[in-house]
Design a protein around this ligand. Structure first.
Ligand code: SAH
Length: 254
C-alpha cells in the first residue's frame, strides 16, 4: 500500500496525528534519524509516516529527503500555519498551495530574483489531484468549524466563516512579523496568498524525486506587527485542530 508522509513544523501541529496513530490497531513505531522522530503506523487503514520537520527550509528539506530515501514514501502532505498576505486571506482561513516559491532566494544578477538557480523556475507546483483532495477535505472541515475546534475556540478567535483559498504560497527563513516586510512581499509577489518557512523547500525536494506533494496552511496571523501576539495559542487551539480535521477527512475518505 502506498505510504503517505504527514509533515508538520511544530510539535502542537502533529500531536493529534500522533495520538490517533498510537490508538490505531497497528500501533505506531518511532525511529530517530538525523535528530528527527519518524512515526510509522496506520491511520484509517492507510500506511503513514508522521514527522516533525522543525522550522525553516533546511530542516524541511532534510526531512523530506529522509522521508523519500529512508522511509520510501510515495506522497507527502504538509500541514501547518502561515501568515496571510493576500487580500481577504484572514486569520482562521485555510490556504492550499497550488505552487510554492522561496521569497528569500536571490542569486541576481546571475539568475532572475526568486529563481531557484539552475532549475529555470521560481515556482514549484504541488500535485493537482492531491491538492484537490485536500481542498475537498478542507471544505468539509471548514463548513463546521465548531465541530473541528469546539465552540470556545470559534468564539475566542471569531472564526465564524473561515474561507478556503488556493494559489501561491511563499517560503523563507524569516518569521514575517512587520507590516513593512509583508507590504514589501505583497509588492514584489502580488499573487502570494500566504507566507511560511518550509513549504517551498519540500516542494523542491519533491520536484527532484518526482513525488506528489500538497500543502495546507491555516492562517495564524497577517505577517504584520502583531503576528507573534496570539501565535502559539492559535496553533494549539485552531491550526492543529484544523490540520487533524482535514487529514482525517482526507485519509478516511480515500
Ligand atoms: N514561536 C515558535 C516559532 C514559530 S516560527 C516557536 O517558538 O516554536 C513560525 C512557524 O509557523 C513556521 O513553521 C512557519 O512555517 C509558520 N508561520 C506562521 N506565520 C508565519 C509568518 N508570519 N511568517 C513566516 N512563517 C510563519
Amino acid at each position: 500500500m502506498p505510504r503517505i508522509a504527514l509533515i508538520s513544523a511544530m510539535q502542537q501541529e502533529l500531536s493529534l496525528v500522533l495520538q490517533h496513530m498510537q490508538h490505531s490497531p497497528a500501533s505506531a513505531a518511532c525511529q530517530c534519524v538525523g535528530g528527527r522522530n519518524f512515526w510509522t503506523g496506520q491511520l484509517f487503514g492507510r500506511d503513514v509516516v508522521a514527522v516533525l520537520c522543525g522550522i525553516g527550509k533546511v530542516s524541511a528539506a532534510t526531512t523530506a529527503t529522509l522521508l523519500v530515501e529512508r522511509f520510501a514514501v510515495q506522497s507527502l502532505l504538509f500541514t501547518g500555519a502561515a501568515g496571510g498576505l493576500g487580500e481577504g486571506v484572514a486569520v482562521g482561513d485555510v490556504v492550499i498551495a497550488s505552487a510554492l516559491l522561496q521569497h528569500d532566494m536571490d542569486a541576481s544578477p546571475l539568475f532572475p530574483r526568486f529563481e531557484a538557480p539552475l532549475y529555470g523556475r521560481a515556482q514549484f507546483c504541488t500535485n493537482a489531484a492531491l491538492s484537490d483532495a485536500l481542498a475537498q477535505a478542507a471544505r468539509s472541515a471548514l463548513a463546521a468549524p465548531a465541530a473541528a475546534l469546539g465552540d470556545n475556540a470559534v468564539a475566542e478567535f471569531a472564526l465564524h466563516r473561515p474561507q478556503l483559498h488556493r494559489g501561491l504560497v511563499i517560503s523563507g527563513d524569516r518569521f514575517v512579523s512587520t507590516k513593512l516586510e509583508s507590504d514589501t512581499l505583497r509588492q514584489l509577489l502580488p499573487q502570494a496568498l500566504a507566507v511560511e518557512m518550509e513549504g517551498a523547500a519540500v516542494a523542491q525536494v519533491c520536484h527532484d524525486f518526482g513525488l506528489p506533494f500538497a500543502v495546507m496552511r491555516t492562517i495564524s496571523d497577517r505577517a504584520d506587527d502583531t503576528a507573534h501576539v496570539n501565535f502559539m495559542r492559535f496553533i494549539d487551539r485552531v491550526a492543529s485542530r484544523y490540520s487533524w480535521a482535514v487529514l482525517r477527512a482526507l485519509l478516511a475518505r480515500a
